[in-house]
Design a protein around this ligand. Structure first.
Ligand code: PMP
Length: 427
């Protein structure tokens, strides 16, 4: 049993010593003290089904024994910087990771986070092309450091500091976008931004395949290939941000971009890559990677032996436990059940996503698509009280984000939907 400080004591310390910008879910925030696979346990020992842990990094399941063992083993042996000396863990994980990517994408730069990975990817694109302009999508989230905040395109995540050289294209959002599911129509905006907003040459384009923070928005079919082709014609580099959609989460594919039939020039990743360990990566081609030899470049802890040992264990678990297949089977089942719930409740405006990256958008008026901001808070709170944790996001904060660890079962899916059903019936 847990014998540490109470939630109130922690909250007090947090108020006094931690950034006032930190936020938490729920009126009374949960004091989470243990995790096991798809479950979290609070300080009273109460169990919660964690349908949002995936976004917070966990893909294999909380404290997956194989990943824990790999970390402890390496920690006991040697933990050091990634630079200066050789270590097998780093090289082996880089090789294993490269084998998961298509084409010539086989040079790996390790970082500690998704933000760092995208910062590096954008810099590489600028160095390689000699251009500065980058195109990203409205409603995107790519990080919160100087460069990536520029690419992020939701005012709630953008501070008023210089963010130069990023143009934000129309979001190919099948639910709220002007052109519905016609990806090619939205892609014309990318060409227009190049033609009317730049010299005609660009450094690149960055996008998620399914926007996570943005509210689980799957890019309209046909969009990415048309946008990539405009970017390539303008001499740019195409960057796929797989921080959320990567690592088997979408079920049908290992990477989100694969569902769109494109091959990026650079792929960035984080979160699921280390099952909770701080790790990120940029993977590109040998030719593009060459630009970083123009100066000294390093990252002290990016890809250190402990984190890369975890990374290798994660890839092995995904393979051994067939987590991609599970994401596909359980995710499809869960989506079907959520769609059935939409037939029952007017408040559900849209159910979308792929594999175990699903979104449920709540609206008070299906025609006007008015965001149900208050109602979603209520449902979320009630679901927590009944033992189910889901995430929330989207520009209006009215979309449930369901991104559980990939070991989620059909029984878990049933429990989640049943609990959502009960809470919605009481609105
Ligand atoms: N890209 C995407 C798609 C993300 O969702 C996030 C984090 N929410 C990031 C980048 C930034 O990752 P990190 O928080 O690890 O810096």
């Amino acid at each position: 049993p847990y014998s540490g400080p109470s939630a109130d004591e922690i909250l007090q310390k947090r108020k006094e010593y931690l950034s006032p910008s930190m936020f938490y879910f729920y009126k009374k925030p949960l004091n989470v003290v243990d995790g096991k696979m798809q479950y979290l346990f609070d300080d009273s020992g109460r169990r919660y089904l964690d349908a949002f842990g995936g976004i917070a990094t966990v893909c294999c399941g909380h404290c997956h024994p194989d990943v824990v063992e790999a970390i402890v083993k390496q920690m006991n042996r040697i933990q050091h910087s990634t630079i200066l000396y050789l270590n097998h863990a780093i090289a082996e994980f880089a090789e294993a990771l490269a084998s998961k990517l298509p084409g010539d994408l086989k040079v790996v730069f390790f970082t500690n986070s998704g933000t760092e990975a995208n910062e590096l990817a954008m810099m590489i694109a600028r160095l390689y092309t000699g251009c500065h302009d980058i195109i990203s999508l409205r409603n995107a989230y790519h990080g919160n450091a100087a460069g990536t905040m520029g690419a992020t395109a939701q005012c709630n995540w953008k501070f008023n500091v210089v963010q130069s050289g990023v143009h934000h294209a129309l979001n190919p959002d099948p639910y709220r976008g002007a052109f519905g599911s016609n990806g090619e129509m939205y892609a014309k905006d990318v060409q227009e931004l190049i033609d009317f907003g730049t010299s005609g040459s660009v450094a690149g384009f960055i996008s998620e395949a399914i926007q996570g923070v943005g509210g689980i928005i799957e890019l309209a079919p046909g969009y990415l290939s048309a946008a990539y082709s405009s970017i390539k014609k303008a001499g740019g580099i195409c960057i796929a941000d797989e921080v959320q959609a990567g690592f088997a989460r979408t079920g049908s594919h290992f990477w989100g971009f694969e569902a769109h039939g494109v091959v990026p020039d650079i792929v960035t990743m984080a979160k699921g890559i280390g099952n909770g360990i701080p790790l990120g990566a940029v993977v590109t081609t040998p030719e593009i990677a060459e630009v970083l030899t123009r100066r000294c470049y390093f990252n002290t802890f990016g890809g250190n032996p402990v984190c890369t040992s975890a990374g290798l264990a994660v890839l092995q678990v995904i393979e051994r436990e067939r987590l991609q297949e599970n994401a596909h089977v359980v995710g499809s089942y869960l989506k079907e059940r959520l769609i059935a719930l939409k037939d029952k409740y007017e408040i559900i405006g849209d159910v979308r996503g792929r594999g175990l990256m699903l979104g449920v958008e709540l609206v008070t008026d299906r025609q006007l698509k008015t965001p149900a901001k208050v109602e979603i808070m209520h449902v979320m709170e009630q679901m927590k009280d009944m033992g189910v944790l889901v995430g929330k996001g989207g520009f209006y904060g009215n979309v449930f984000r369901i991104t559980p660890p990939l070991c989620f079962t059909k029984e878990d899916a049933d429990f989640l939907v049943d609990v959502m059903d009960v809470t919605m019936s009481k609105i």
